[in-house]
Write a protein that binds this ligand. Sequence first.
Ligand code: 6YU
Length: 503
Amino acid sequence: SAHDSQIFIIGCGISGIGAAQKLLKHGFHNVHIIEATARSGGRIRTGNLGDNIVEIGANWIHGPSKENPVFRLACDYQLLDKESMSEENQAIEIGGHLLFVPNWFTSSGRKLGPETTGPVVEFFMNLLERSQQFHDSGGEPLPSVGEFVKAEAERLAPEEWKEDQGNTAIRMAMINTLLKRECCVSGTHTMDDVGLGAFGMYKTLPGLDCTFPGGYEGLIDHMMKELPNDIVLYNKPVKCIHWNYTKNGPDTKGMLFPIMIECVNGETFAADHVIVTVPLGYLKKHQNTLLSPSLPLQKLHSIQRMGFGTNNKIFLEFEQPFWDEDCELIYLVWEDETHLTDVVSDVKMSWIRKLIRFTVLKPTERYGHVLCGWIAGRESEYMETLSEFEVLHSVTQLLRLFTGNPTITPRKILRSQWFHDPYSCGSYTYVAKGCSEYDIDNLAEPLPLKGSNSKPLQVLFAGEATHRSFFSTVHGALLSGWREAERLVSHYTPASGSFSSKL
Ligand code: 6YU
C-alpha cells in the first residue's frame, strides 16, 4: 500500500520531528530521520552554566496561546508554569514587543531615567510599527527597514523635540542602540538588509512570551518519546540527495525508487520521498551540491536572496547584581555614536559595540545573578572566533565602562556560536531587501516542479525558513513539518479535495 513508501526526513530539529510524528499518525511506517549530529533538537538546545540551565538556541514561545501549536504541546506535556498557561497571559497582545523593565547605562557611566528613555523608545517603536504597515498598504518609500527608520528619525526628531534640542546627541545614540537591538530580533547584520515591504509578513500571535522552566529541550524529549526508538539515524550528515534517480534497484513490488540519499560516510539509502529540513544557512552554503540534479534556478535564486543571519547569546554569571532589583533588561548607549547606524566600522577592534542588550534571567531564586547578552551580525560572527577568555575580558571592560564600577567581574561565561555550527551556519531567517512571500513559497516548493512528468513529490522542503508568516520561530518550524507531512498524506488520499481540511 501507499503506506509502505520509504520516506526519509533530513534533519532532526522540530520540523523534522513534527513531520515524522504526523506521517506515523497517518499510518506511514517506513519513516526515518537522518541527522548530522549526535542529538535531536537542532536550534532548540538547552545547556548549562554552572548549576543553571540556559537556552543556547530558541528562548521563548512567541505568542503562547491556543493557536500556537508549540504552546499546545508544551501544555499537554505539562512543561510550563501556571502563570504562563493562565487565560490572562494568553490574552495579552504585545505585537512582538517585550514588556520588560529596563535599565539604561551610557558609555560615560551614567544611568538614564525613564523620562529620557521612554519617549525615545516610543518614537522608535512607532517607526517600527509604520515599517510593518507597508506590507499591506504597499508603496514602500525605501527598500529596507533600516533606511526607512533612519530617514524618518532624522526627519521627525527636530519637530518631536523642538523644545529640547540640547539632548539630540544622546537621543540619536539611543536610536542606534535600538537599531542594534532590532538586528538581534531579526537575526541580521544590519536593518538595512531587512526588506521594508516584507517586514509586515511576520505575524505575531496573542500571549505573553514565556520560557520553559525545565529547558526548551524538554519539549523535544517528550516529542521524541512518542516516536519509535530507532527512527533517527544519528551522526550521518547527508552529502547529496540524488533525485530523478534511475540507478536504484527495484523495491519488492518491482517499482523503482526515484531517490538515492548519499551520506558523507558513504552510506546510501533508497527512498520514495525526502523531506529536507536543513536550515536556510546550510542550504545557502551547500546549494550547489546538496541536490543532484542541482536545484532549479527559481529555488536557487530564492535561497540566495532570502536572509539568514547570526544572533548569539553571551551568558554571564555575577556574584552580585549591578542592576536594579526589578530590572529585566539592560541597554547600553555609546554616547559618541550620534550618527545613525547599526553596524560598527571596524569589526575586529570594535565588535563589542554591537553588544548593547542584556536580559536578566528570572526568577533570581532559580538563577542567581545571570545576564544574557545578545549580539547579532558580523560582529557576532567575529566574536565566535575569539576564545571564551577574550570574550570575557572584553565584556568585563565594557560593563566597567558603562557602570563606572571598576570592580565588576563576571565569574562565569558561556556563549553560543551559531555561525560556525556546520549544520546551522547562522541563527534564523529574515526576509531580505527585495524578497517577498514568493521567495518563501519558492523555498517550500517540492521537486520536481509542477509540469514535470517524472514521479511527483520526490523532494519536499520544511523548516523555519519555509513558513510564510512564522519564519524564524519554533512554531513556524513545527507547522512547516506538519504541512509537508500532510502534503504526502493528501498525495496518497485520492480525489479528496483540499488536503488540510480533512486532517
Ligand atoms: C522561537 C525563540 N530564539 C535564538 C537563537 C536561535 C534560534 N529561534 P533546526 O535547525 O532546528 O533543525 C535542522 C536539523 O538539520 C539540525 O538538527 C541539523 O543538525 C540538521 N542538519 C543540517 N544539515 C544536515 C545534513 N547535511 N544532514 C543531516 N542533517 C542535517 N524561535 O520560537 N523562539 O525565542 C527563538 C532563537 C539563538 C539560533 C532562535 C527562536 C528560532 C528557532 O530555534 C528555529 O526557528 C527552530 O528551532 C528551527 O527548527 P528547524 O527544524 O526548522 O531547524 C517583525 C519581524 C521580524 C521577524 N523576526 C522576529 C521574530 C523573532 C524570532 N526570533 C527568535 C529569537 C530567539 C531569541
